[in-house]
Design a protein around this ligand. Structure first.
Ligand SMILES: NC(=O)C1=CN([C@@H]2O[C@H](COP(=O)(O)OP(=O)(O)OC[C@H]3O[C@@H](n4cnc5c(N)ncnc54)[C@H](OP(=O)(O)O)[C@@H]3O)[C@@H](O)[C@H]2O)C=CC1
Ligand SMILES: CC(=O)[C@@H](O)[C@H](O)COP(=O)(O)O
Ligand SMILES: [Mn+2]
Length: 381
């Protein structure tokens, strides 16, 4: 029986992780669950999975939930609560599925405590990839990808190392507005942006997909997970999201991973690695699909992808600032405070004012993150 903890259990990845757990009740024991403010759903999850520790965003929420919890479940809150669930349970495996760079301290704490990581929270690796991967290496900890593209690359590699690779290619659906011109993007709404063509996900990542920031974050995530230079990481537009990503090896063989878009597959693969278990995901019929489409990425149409490559290559605090500015810009767009195209204006403006620091330690990373958030919050046209 594998003992696990889930950070962000009430979100899109968190609930699908619990779906996988529920399909294999003899194989998993849930030791800890951390949520933000959805205490009704957290309580349902506690009733069903009986964790020993839970955490919520604030003391007020913890006080509200506490009287309803079974005697065996302890409750914590805030950043320390998240770290408690990440590092201080009997779990051997932690799924990191909170949204944003707020997941960094708990991910570091889980690694420090010797837990295997099922990594969904890509912002953590973008913000401080050098610190996370160095700590994982020092502790001998595996970072198993949950993000669909990275799970695909991981499956294609199947143990082969970076020296066999000519290039990896991450596929991109193009997001909610892939067929719109930049002119048309001026008038799009939040509701339209939230309609992803292929995946049902949390609102922040759905907006990131429409701006192509998501693919930019994934390029940086791939750099850290697979130890590849940016010159060996490509992106290809693939509207159907059937090929989740592929690897071209140095002998010119290409291996791709395919399947219907269903996050339960990469989540389960991370949880059961190196084994493959049966899954309820619908089978892919290529005969029914008939045809798959591909297109070169247009960096003029999707400038955030170009910015992400530039920040990745610059390194240091550049990706930290790219990510933090984007997190604030997306939350402002979702609050209808700025327009869709102003998301990229904010990222560009904040980056243009940033003095990149190389080899940043955790404190420098946190300062850069904080600085970028403040500028992005105050940004006006
Ligand atoms: N959704 C997907 O298919 C994919 C997601 N990812 C990545 O996975 C991560 C999660 O994405 P997704 O599941 O879509 O996001 P959601 O917005 O659906 O979920 C976010 C989770 O974080 C929790 N949370 C928010 N604030 C806090 C807090 N202060 N303390 C603890 N938990 C908190 C939320 O709790 P609550 O709701 O209770 O407030 C929720 O459980 C992101 O980094 C995303 O990029 C990667 C690939 C695919
Ligand atoms: C499911 C998943 O992994 C998301 O990150 C997904 O990749 C979003 O797709 P696009 O960013 O390609 O629209
Ligand atoms: Mn992805």
């Amino acid at each position: 029986m594998k003992k696990i903890a889930i950070l962000g259990s009430t979100g899109s990845i968190g609930t699908q992780t619990l779906d996988v757990v529920a399909m294999h009740p003899e194989q998993f024991q849930v030791e800890g669950l951390a949520a933000g403010s959805n205490i009704e759903l957290l309580l349902e999850q506690v009733t069903k999975f009986n964790p020993k520790k839970v955490s919520v965003a604030t003391k007020e929420l913890a006080d509200q939930l506490k009287p309803q919890l079974p005697a065996g479940t302890k409750i914590y809150y805030g950043d320390e609560g998240l770290i408690e669930v990440a590092a201080e349970t009997d779990s051997e495996f932690v799924v990191t599925a909170v949204m944003g760079s707020m997941g960094l301290p708990s991910t570091l704490a889980a690694i420090e405590a010797g837990k295997t990581i099922g990594l969904a929270n890509k912002e953590t690796l973008v913000t401080a990839g050098h610190l996370v991967t160095a700590l994982a290496k020092k502790k001998g900890i595996r970072l198993l990808p949950i993000d669909s593209e990275h799970s695909a690359i991981f499956q294609c590699l199947n143990g082969e190392d970076a020296s066999s690779i000519r290039q990896i290619t991450l596929t991109a659906s193009g997001g909610s507005f892939r067929d719109l011109t930049r002119e048309q993007l001026q008038h799009v709404t939040v509701e339209d942006a939230l309609k992803h063509p292929n995946w049902s996900m949390g609102s922040k990542i759905t907006i990131d997909s429409a701006t192509m920031v998501n693919k930019g974050l994934e390029v940086i995530e791939a750099h850290w997970l697979f130890g590849l230079p940016y010159e060996q990481i490509g992106v290809l537009l693939h509207p159907e999201s059937i090929i989740h990503s592929f690897v071209e090896f140095r002998d010119s063989s290409i291996i791709a991973q395919l399947g219907n878009p269903d996050m339960r597959v990469p989540i389960q693969y991370a949880l059961t690695y190196p084994e493959r278990w049966s899954s309820p995901s619908s089978r892919l019929s290529l005969a029914q699909v008939g045809k798959l489409n591909f297109k070169e990425m247009d960096f003029e149409r999707f400038p955030c992808l170009r910015l992400a490559f530039e920040c990745g290559k610059m390194g240091g605090t550049a990706p930290t600032v790219f990510n933090a500015a984007n997190e604030i810009a997306v939350s402002r767009f979702l609050r209808r405070d700025i327009s869709f195209l102003q998301i990229e204006s904010i990222i560009e403006d904040v980056l243009s004012k940033h003095q990149v620091q190389s080899e940043p330690d955790l404190m420098v990373i946190q300062e850069a993150d904080h600085w970028a958030r403040q500028l992005a919050t105050e940004w006006k046209q």
